[in-house]
Ligand binder design. Structure first.
Ligand code: FE2
Length: 552
């Protein structure tokens, strides 16, 4: 009874949150050109370099994001729906070139042929073919929706090959030199999952780990996936992929949505957050005339839970770690120390940001735009500490974290659960920068290890408007900003011959809605965030999601 009263109280609190205002920004500039359809630039364009790009910096910055938002008279509703546009910046001997191509996914091709939206996306339901008769259109509502292969979220790597990924069962393998799709891969042909995230993790030997859901008569499971690092046969893709652990969802028909997960050298950390996917709503979306996004709901009457899996044995650890409800989209880093898992995440206290990123919201002007921005919860970096070896003899009510350098606590409760409270990884000034997202680290040398620096975008607008380096030990910020310009996720590239954590450069694609200014690839010294150079490109580019650097 007491539990139900508690749940009811939280529900009432959550409904009160409906009118929440998270900030008081005014007179935000219009960014509509950054979320508008552009032409692809398939022919290589030379960039105009100002300053300099280091001679050692030799490779591709590959990025992906939405670049086409309508077909014929049909328009997409949500930012995540746009057709994948692949960007390639090539750096060599201090020079930079640029090209871009639309991914020739089956979805893109089908939409192009029919000159309308044929395949549903996250926030857009494809309507029945108007050329069908009324009866056929009615019946088509009862067909299962076709699944998109518009893989517009991230470049991922398996066995040395690059794939474009979203969160469905499909990935598209690409030739990173030509940006041409070479093969479409379906996770379901290899393992019993319905998809996988666009943020896998990698061991130093190339072994990849990912997570994906499965839905069956037993309910929903969150599955940990391992893909071996090497090919047995030349032409193979994700052959040899295995599910090494299945975690049952707290509610069979309402699993949590997740976008990434954490990994230390030994453990996978899965965060089951109260951002729920209603599978019944998803399955019936066509009949109800609703998009997939309609099936996702923020339910802060539930807490957030951490699950820890030994990635070598596949064993799910017994610890039951909970915290107050939050939503995370991107893990920063995680490591082990003194018998604990330390996990750092970009966290939001309000889980309704997905629904705000409708294209009509992003394209607003004036007070309407200010209202949209101020209705979105900001994202802040937080550390959680999960003690791994909790026994029946451990005292209740005491902090079980032995880590003197972290104020994060983990307190055992009477019911055996561990209640986790976070440590802020940032100084107060980060609120003024609009919080931080798109976190990146020196992944090659510090993923899964104790570390000091991460990089991200500040969000004083609905897209990133600054680049921020966070020192998580001394809690300091270093910021790069240029008014009217919007930088993408910062990618760290280590300089050769150094083992210093921030010995290298930061690459970011900086774009502007101003017609008379060029977009550019920015290179910063990762130590002090001083600009080394920029490569200007007279090409319109939309704001994208993620990318990677590949040495050539
Ligand atoms: Fe992401």
């Amino acid at each position: 009874m007491v539990r139900w009263i508690s749940v009811l109280k939280k529900y009432v609190e959550s409904t009160r949150q409906k009118k929440a205002i998270f900030s008081k920004q005014e007179r935000l500039p219009c960014i509509a050109p950054l979320v508008t359809t552009v032409e692809e630039t398939p022919q290589i364009v030379s960039a105009c370099v100002r300053g300099h790009f280091p001679q050692w910096l030799r490779g591709y910055l590959l990025r992906v994001g939405p670049g086409k938002f309508e077909f014929g008279k049909d328009k997409y509703n949500h930012w995540f729906d746009g057709m994948a546009l692949l960007h390639q910046f090539r750096m060599e001997k201090g020079t930079v070139t640029y090209r871009s191509k639309f991914l020739q996914s089956d979805t893109y091709k089908a939409n192009s042929v029919h000159d309308r939206i044929v395949i549903s996306e996250f926030g857009t339901l494809a309507v029945p073919d108007p050329c069908k008769n009324v009866f056929e259109r009615f019946l088509s509502k009862f067909e299962l929706p076709a699944i998109t292969d518009n893989t517009n979220v991230n470049y991922v790597q398996y066995k040395g090959d690059y794939y474009l990924s979203t969160e469905t069962n499909f990935m598209n393998k690409v030739d990173i030199k030509t940006l041409e799709k070479t093969e479409k891969v379906d996770w379901r042909k290899f393992i019993a999952v319905n998809g996988a995230t666009a943020h896998p993790h990698y061991d130093a030997d190339g072994t990849a780990y990912n997570m994906g859901n499965s839905y069956g008569s037993h309910g929903s499971c969150y599955n940990v996936i391992r893909v071996p690092p090497e090919k047995v046969d030349l032409g193979e893709t994700i052959h040899g992929a295995q599910v090494i652990c299945s975690i049952a969802s707290a509610e069979g028909m309402r699993p949590s949505y997740y976008h990434s997960f954490g990994m230390t050298r030994k453990y996978i950390i899965f965060i089951e957050q109260p951002l729920k996917m209603n599978l019944w709503k998803v399955v019936t979306s066509k009949i109800r005339g609703k998009s997939f996004a309609d099936g996702i709901s923020w339910e802060p009457q539930y807490n957030t839970r951490f699950h820890v899996v030994d990635k070598h044995t596949g064993q799910l650890l017994p610890g039951m770690y909970y915290s107050k409800p939050f939503v995370t989209f991107h893990q920063i880093n995680a490591f082990e120390d003194q018998g604990c898992v330390v996990i750092d995440l970009c966290c939001q206290d309000d889980g309704r940001s997905l629904e705000v990123y409708q294209l009509q919201n992003l394209r607003k002007v004036g007070e309407g735009l200010d209202q949209v921005y101020n209705s979105v919860g900001r994202s802040f970096p937080r550390r959680f500490v999960l003690p791994l070896h909790v026994s029946l003899n451990d005292p209740e009510g005491q902090n079980l974290s032995p880590l003197s350098y972290s104020s994060a606590s983990a307190v055992k409760q009477a019911d055996g659960k561990i209640w986790c409270s976070y440590e802020n990884l940032h100084p107060e000034g980060l609120e003024d920068e609009g919080g931080i997202e798109f976190p990146q680290i020196n992944y090659g040398q510090f993923s899964g290890r104790k570390y000091r620096f991460f990089y991200g975008c500040g969000f004083r607008h609905l897209v990133g408007d600054s680049l921020i380096k966070v020192d998580v030990v001394n809690k300091t910020l270093t910021i790069w900003r240029e008014d009217g310009f919007y930088p993408s996720e910062p990618v760290f590239v280590p300089a050769p011959g150094t083992s210093e954590e921030d010995g290298g450069v930061i690459l970011s694609v900086v774009i502007t809605p101003k017609q008379n200014e060029n977009n550019f690839l920015l290179v910063l010294d990762a130590k002090n965030f001083e600009e080394l150079g920029r490569a200007e490109v007279p090409v319109q580019m939309p704001y994208g999601f993620h990318g990677t650097f590949v040495t050539i």
